[in-house]
Design a protein around this ligand. Sequence first.
Ligand code: ZN
Ligand code: ZN
Length: 83
Amino acid sequence: MATVCPLCNGLTVLTAPCPRCQEPVEDGGQMEGYDDPYSPYEDDLLVPAPNAGEDPQKWCWHLVYCRQCGWEGNLPVAQREGL
Ligand SMILES: [Zn+2]
Ligand SMILES: [Zn+2]
């Protein structure tokens, strides 16, 4: 079943707070290779989302950054079933 990322498709806006300063982070775009057939979760740069290992296809990884303090990270966005 196809899923879509609500953030990629403009169905929602990013509201995650920066872990360092609590300011809202900004979406830096979808990570390249997010749909790589090889598991991306072994990359040290990535932190698996809760239950992400159960069905990685349901997560769209986004690069996010904070304008306030310069923090950068990866955020998994839960995908929705396609319309
Ligand atoms: Zn996305
Ligand atoms: Zn910050």
